[in-house]
Design a protein around this ligand. Structure first.
Ligand code: RAM
Length: 357
């Protein structure tokens, strides 16, 4: 735990002064990239090239941290980072922005998808024009991307959240999930693993009564939490696998004087959740470093544009201070790069982390 914290702090500090291994890319012949790109050229430098990141929506600090990590790495490589975020987390808004980026002839697009399938025509068009496309955080389907940057093992996240909740409610009672949008691939995958854990484990006295969607909007997440509490007076826990949702749920539970009666857990930013971990509304929660998710996506984007990788299984690349990564097979039939393990935040460590991210 101490070692882990040290490594993460070090990575964070170093990521602020990261210098890329510009000029170290080895030239090699690559097969055609998924998505129809015909030829992959190789280049040693990305100076002057344009790298876009398109996150789920504006006003979400998690997305802002992802974008900051991306920008830092891209600019350190002498390239330009274009940061895009639609007002709300919809596929339509992202399609408009993808089309703009294609018209701008950017070199790469890293996207946290608001829909698994709906972005395919727009992203395929981008790849047909030679733009390198990858997803991060929330994947798009394997025909719409060259590789996905996955923040942590999805099965582990889903199963761990049920095990934690079970412990918090002492094995008994009604529980609910407060998610982001109903179309988000990351939340939906985690929820599927939560359901699998509920079926496979010894949870006969736990009852999942409802999955609500706050759309990663704070007020909607507050409203949905209030509705859960009203409609299920015996509710014992809320699992929010979204940083926006978990903060909204913890605030409502706190404001209504329900600390100790309803436990909130899920995935939260330490900076936003410190007060709720301290007051006990959220006994503990999990996350990874969103700055690193963005930074890893930037390194992968650069390696794709340089032609060092195509996103094929077995591809290897250097991600600066984050270390070396390998492209592996993803559960959805495509490929992915796994950032690392999720990290647990509790009353003992939250004060050390709240200023980090
Ligand atoms: C929210 C977003 C994001 C997710 C985190 C955990 O900020 O939905 O996609 O990864 O929560």
């Amino acid at each position: 735990m101490r070692k882990m914290k040290k490594i993460m702090s070090l990575a964070l500090v170093l990521s602020l002064s990261v210098s890329l291994l510009a000029g170290c890319g080895s030239k090699k012949e690559e097969p055609a990239a998924p998505g129809g790109d015909t030829a992959t050229e190789t280049t040693d430098s990305v100076e002057g090239k344009n790298f876009a990141i398109l996150v789920k929506s504006a006003g979400n600090p998690y997305n802002e941290k992802e974008s900051a990590g991306f920008k830092e790495v891209i600019e350190a490589a002498g390239a330009t980072a274009i940061v895009k975020a639609p007002e709300s987390a919809t596929a339509e808004a992202q399609i408009t922005m993808i089309n703009e980026l294609v018209a701008q002839k950017v070199d790469a697009i890293a996207i946290a998808g608001n829909d698994f399938d709906a972005l395919q025509p727009a992203l395929k068009k981008a790849m047909d024009e030679g733009i390198k496309v990858l997803s991060l955080d929330a994947s798009v389907n394997s025909n719409s991307r060259m590789v996905h940057i996955n923040q942590a093992d999805s099965e582990k996240i889903g199963r761990t959240l049920i095990q934690a909740t079970n412990e918090m409610v002492k094995g008994e009672g009604q529980i609910a999930i407060l998610s982001a949008t109903s179309q988000a691939a990351n939340q939906n995958t985690w929820i599927e693993w939560m359901k699998t854990e509920l079926e496979e484990g010894d949870y006969s006295k736990l009852e999942l009564v409802k999955i609500a969607y706050g759309d990663d909007e704070f007020q909607k997440s507050v409203d949905e939490t209030e509705a859960l509490i009203k409609n299920y007076p015996d509710l014992k826990a809320i699992i929010a696998p979204t940083t926006v949702g978990i903060m909204a749920a913890a605030k409502v539970v706190t404001d209504k004087g329900l600390v100790g009666k309803i436990a909130v857990t899920g995935l939260g930013l330490p900076s936003e959740m410190a007060e709720y971990i301290t007051n006990g509304s959220c006994p503990w929660m999990y996350l990874w470093n969103p700055i690193d998710v963005g930074a890893l996506a930037a390194h992968a984007s650069i390696s794709l544009v340089k032609g060092d990788i195509t996103g094929a299984e077995g591809d290897k690349f250097e991600a600066g201070t984050l270390g070396s990564y390998e492209v592996i097979k993803a559960a959805d039939g495509g490929t992915e790069v796994l950032l690392g393990a999720p990290f647990k935040f509790d009353p003992e460590n939250i004060d050390e982390w709240k200023s980090v991210y």
